[in-house]
Design a protein around this ligand. Structure first.
Ligand code: UDP
Ligand code: MG
Length: 316
C-alpha cells in the first residue's frame, strides 16, 4: 500500500491550523478506510519561519495526533522554498505527495480523485480551479492575465493551476535534480514529463487569517516565473534594435527629402540620422549580448536535460 504525505507550507497560520488539521485528518482517514493509501499516511506541516505561534501549535498537534508531522525552517524563505523543503522531506518516507495551502481554499474533496489517478498510472496530477468566482475581481483578472502572459512568453504552465498537486515519489526524485535558486515550481512540473492529468474544483474563500501573498509577493512570483523560464524579453530587445535600424532608413529618406527641399537648418540631417542609427544599433548590440547572457543563464541552472522513464534490456 502506498504511503501518502500531504505537504502544507505554513506562514503565520495559527488561526487556520486547527481547522486544517481536522479536515485533512478526515480526508486521510477516509482514504485509509477505502484502502487507497497506507495506514501510516500523514500530514507534513512546514513552518516557514512564522512569527506567530504556528510552530508551537504544530508541536502540540504532533503530540495529540499521530498523523501530524512537522518540519521547521530556520527562517522565512517564502512559499515556493517552503513547499520544496516539504516535498524533498516527504520523498524520503512516502510514495505519494499532495501539496496544498494551509488555508484550504483548494477543495480537499478532489484529493481522492488525485489518488485514483495516481493508481491509474499518473505521476503528476494537477489541481485546476475551474471557477474563481470566490476570488476578488482583482485577484482573478490579474491571475488570468498572468497565465496569458506566461503562455505568450512560451513558458509551459497549466492554466489556473496553483501549487495544489499530487506527485509520485519518482516525480519528486526527478524534480530534486532541478537545483535552481530562482524557483517557480509551476514552470518546472511540466518539464518533468511522465503521465499527468488534471482534476477540477471550485476555489473557496480563505476561512481564517489573511492572505500571505500580498500584491508585492504576487508580482515577484510572476516576474520570477517569466524570467526563470523565458529569454523572450531579451529577444524582444534584439528585435526592437533591428526594427529601429530599419526605421532609420525611412527616417533617412525623409531627412534627405527635407534636405533637398532646403527646408532644414544645417546640421539637422546628420544629427537626426545618427540618433536613429545609433539608437537602433545600440539596442541591437545589447540584444546580442543578451542572447549570450540568456544562454549562460540557462547553463548555470544545471537543469537536467531529460528524464529517462524506462530502459528495456536483456542484460542480467
Ligand atoms: N506561505 C508560506 N510562506 C510565505 C507566504 C505564504 O509558506 O512566505 C504559505 C501560506 O501559509 C499558505 C500558502 O503559502 O499555506 C499560500 O498562501 P496564501 O493562502 O496566503 O496565498 P493566496 O491564497 O492568498 O494566494
Ligand atoms: Mg490562500
Amino acid at each position: 500500500m502506498d504511503r501518502l504525505a500531504i505537504v502544507v507550507p505554513c506562514y503565520n497560520e495559527e488561526e487556520m491550523l486547527p481547522i486544517t488539521t481536522k479536515e485533512l485528518t478526515e480526508v486521510l482517514e477516509n482514504l485509509i478506510r477505502k484502502e487507497k493509501v497506507a495506514k501510516d499516511s500523514y500530514i507534513l506541516y512546514v513552518d516557514d519561519g512564522s512569527k506567530d505561534a504556528t510552530w508551537e501549535l504544530i508541536e502540540k498537534l504532533h503530540k495529540e495526533n499521530d498523523k501530524v508531522f512537522g518540519l521547521k525552517l530556520a527562517g522565512n524563505v517564502g512559499h515556493q522554498y517552503a513547499l520544496t523543503a516539504g516535498m524533498i522531506q516527504a520523498k524520503e518516507n512516502s510514495d505519494i505527495m499532495i501539496s496544498i495551502d494551509a488555508d484550504l481554499q483548494d477543495d480537499t474533496l478532489v484529493m481522492e480523485e488525485m489518488v485514483d489517478k495516481y493508481h491509474e498510472g499518473c505521476d503528476i496530477v494537477y489541481g485546476v480551479r475551474n471557477d474563481r468566482k470566490k476570488d476578488s475581481f482583482f485577484k482573478r483578472t490579474t491571475a488570468q492575465m498572468f497565465y496569458k502572459v506566461m503562455a505568450a512568453m512560451g513558458v509551459k504552465t497549466v492554466y489556473n493551476h496553483a501549487d495544489y498537486r499530487l506527485m509520485s515519489k519518482r516525480a519528486i526524485e526527478h524534480f530534486s535534480n532541478y537545483e535552481e535558486v530562482n524557483l517557480y515550481l509551476r514552470g518546472i512540473m511540466p518539464l518533468i514529463g511522465y503521465q499527468t492529468e488534471s482534476v477540477f474544483y471550485e476555489r473557496k474563500e480563505r476561512i481564517a487569517g489573511e492572505s500571505k501573498y500580498p500584491l508585492k509577493k504576487m508580482l515577484a512570483l510572476a516576474w520570477n516565473g517569466i524570467t526563470s523560464f523565458s529569454v523572450k524579453p531579451i529577444n524582444f530587445i534584439a528585435v526592437l534594435g533591428i526594427v529601429i535600424t530599419f526605421l532609420c532608413i525611412l527616417a533617412a529618406v525623409y531627412a534627405f527629402v527635407s534636405y533637398s527641399k532646403g527646408t532644414v537648418v544645417p546640421g539637422w540631417t546628420s544629427l537626426i540620422l545618427s540618433i536613429w542609427l545609433l539608437g537602433g544599433l545600440q539596442l541591437f548590440a545589447i540584444g546580442i549580448i543578451g542572447q549570450y547572457i540568456g544562454k549562460i543563464y540557462m547553463e548555470v541552472k544545471h537543469r537536467p536535460r531529460y528524464n529517462v522513464e524506462t530502459y528495456l534490456t536483456h542484460d542480467k
